[in-house]
Design a protein. Structure first.
Length: 282
């Protein structure tokens, strides 16, 4: 019997993910849209935030929106891509969202825009974010949910099955809305809330969609992925996509489900849930 235990295969290839973010350029419209929706939610909170962390900051779009908000102070930006973070406001740190290099109780607000779906250990990342918050500090995050790119998943699955006789992982697994608040609660957040919004973007064809995903740094970084998609498979996927998911103008639709997560680091001053009605016995 071997003296070494088999190691589990990691979900994501972190080196590939960083490389994809390094190549990201130009297609940041979706991240800006979601960042603005995060700010809309923050505007509902009557609170000042002296120190903030933008985790997965890319080039600092969310950080700039936070810095321009009344009552917000210092914003620290963090991203695993040196090339992206170089364009973000200072102070900035090159860091992976799964390994947060900050002391406990460092921030009044931790915000993250479309980065957490790349965390293989999302509960662990949430715990680190909760620890980085001061008591009564706020987590505000957005990540892709389970219905994201459902059209692309369908087209690639059917095309690969038909052309190659099997399928390989092409789209990352995602969190369902019903599980998101539970994850926050298990990570130690008080008053956890999760909701979702759907953003639909249209493209002239499948190749245009894939170019945009590459430009956003959102292409396949699964450790178990196949390196290349064959021409015949890609052509069939494009045909399936156009047949099933095109509109009257002939453009194809791409669905992005965005989960918005809100939670508070516990503090004695926070409201406690009221107990249920007492049951009389006997």
């Amino acid at each position: 019997m071997s003296g070494t235990e088999p190691t589990s295969t990691p979900l994501f290839d972190r080196r590939a993910w960083r490389a994809h973010r390094d190549r990201a350029a130009g297609a940041d419209f979706l991240h800006r849209e979601v960042a603005e929706r995060l700010i809309d939610r923050l505007d509902l909170v009557d609170r000042d935030f002296a120190t903030m962390l933008d985790l997965g900051a890319r080039d600092g779009t969310l950080a700039r929106l936070l810095a321009g908000r009344r009552g917000c102070g210092l914003v620290v930006t963090a991203d695993p891509s040196l090339k992206l973070i170089a364009a973000a406001p200072t102070p900035r740190v090159c860091a992976d969202p799964e390994l947060i290099p900050f002391r406990d109780t460092s921030f009044d607000l931790v915000a993250s825009c479309l980065a957490l779906h790349w965390c293989a250990d999302l509960p662990g990342a949430l715990i680190q974010m909760r620890r980085a918050l001061k008591p009564d500090g706020l987590l505000l995050a957005a990540m892709f949910g389970g219905n994201t790119l459902v059209e692309l998943r369908t087209a690639l699955f059917e095309a690969e099955l038909a052309e190659e006789g099997g399928v390989s992982p092409r789209v990352s697994p995602t969190v369902e809305l019903g599980d998101a608040a539970t994850l926050l609660q298990r990570a130690g957040f008080a008053m956890p809330v999760a909701d979702s919004e759907t953003i639909t973007v249209t493209y002239p064809d499948l190749l245009a969609l894939m170019r945009d995903l590459r430009g956003m740094g959102e292409t396949n970084a699964l450790a178990a992925r196949h390196r290349f998609l064959g021409r015949a498979t890609l052509a069939r996927a494009g045909a399936i996509y156009a047949e099933r998911f095109s509109n009257a103008d002939g453009r194809i639709a791409a669905t992005f489900e965005v989960l918005f997560l809100t939670g508070w680091a516990p503090h004695p001053s926070q409201a406690k849930p009221s107990p249920g009605p007492r049951r009389r016995i006997g």
